[in-house]
Design a binder for this molecule. Sequence first.
Ligand code: SF4
Ligand code: SF4
Length: 360
Amino acid sequence: MTDPVARSAPGDKAGPATRSLRARRLPLAEAPNQLATLQALPLAREVEDALAGAGLWPLTPSGIEVLQINVGKVCNQACRHCHVDAGPDRREEMTRETMERCLEVLAATSIPLVDITGGAPEMNPSFRWLVEQIRGLGRRVMDRCNLTILETPSHRDLPEFFAAHEVEVVASLPHYARLSTDRQRGDGVYERSIRALGRLNAVGYGQGDPRRRLALVTNPVGAFLPGDQVALEREWKRELERRHDVSFDALYCMTNMPISRYLEWLIESGNLEAYLAELVASFNPSAAAGVMCRSTISVGWDGTLYGCDFNQMLELPVRGAPAHVRDFDLAALERRAIAVDRHCFGCTAGAGSSCGGSTA
Ligand code: SF4
Ligand code: SF4
């Protein structure tokens, strides 16, 4: 495990949860201001140089295997570290019409996996319809779930819905301990998350059945890189079983991206420069070779195409290919150079970080 830059955690100072940057009308709500904040830092080298040194410049796709669909920024939570700046105050939602364009892309290609994300994707009124259509096309579906949404009255039947449609659930839980989780996500989130995990277990999730796969995603509660994924998975399985008798199939460790509300916290806590320096110093060529943008196309709530969800939040659309889902051109997308910037050091540090956890 990489030495922590600091041990203070998001939430230590300003309370357990927050409101979106946009609702607070902060300059950092604007993507260009986030990019400019990172650009102003003195870094030992640029990401282009690091990638070139690894023989990966320009960064190009290795073959598109995942269509990630971000169906909106609305969320029932407002976590301190959120890279989407999501929350109950956001209104951006993908329409049924844009979802239909995504389905046309799937029908015209053999992309095997659809990764549905948000916000809390289940809050989009067309979420269940979208899942049913994708399954009808014979593709795998992954839902990025915050767990607490399953405890809200209008979504309590989601575990049964997921099981009926064999949806892979990738659920975020910052830590197996209450304090660390509630610090980042808000008071009471841990309790509700554990109850939701129990109900997923009750319908067959998290017990080794590939049709009922349950993965947990953890990200460090503080300004440091994740620990070793294999060792952490063992520890998490033991602790969640011992403390709550709940089980899961896999743990994905993700590095916190220095953008959006996590960037806000890094600035407020005085950790920004040291955290970026740590990411740069931990550049790992193997992790860089496996970054998720090489195998993913990410669709924004308005249909714009990006290399990944982080580029989406920084408003860096694909270049060298049509950048809207209605004009989707797989061959051009696979030929293009991927847009990168300084935030990409978050994916290439240490054991790497992607939507599926470590990459190296
Ligand atoms: S649950 Fe996820 S999308 Fe919602 S605020 Fe938290 S980190 Fe953001
Ligand atoms: S932030 Fe996105 S574009 Fe940059 S390396 Fe990571 S996945 Fe690729």
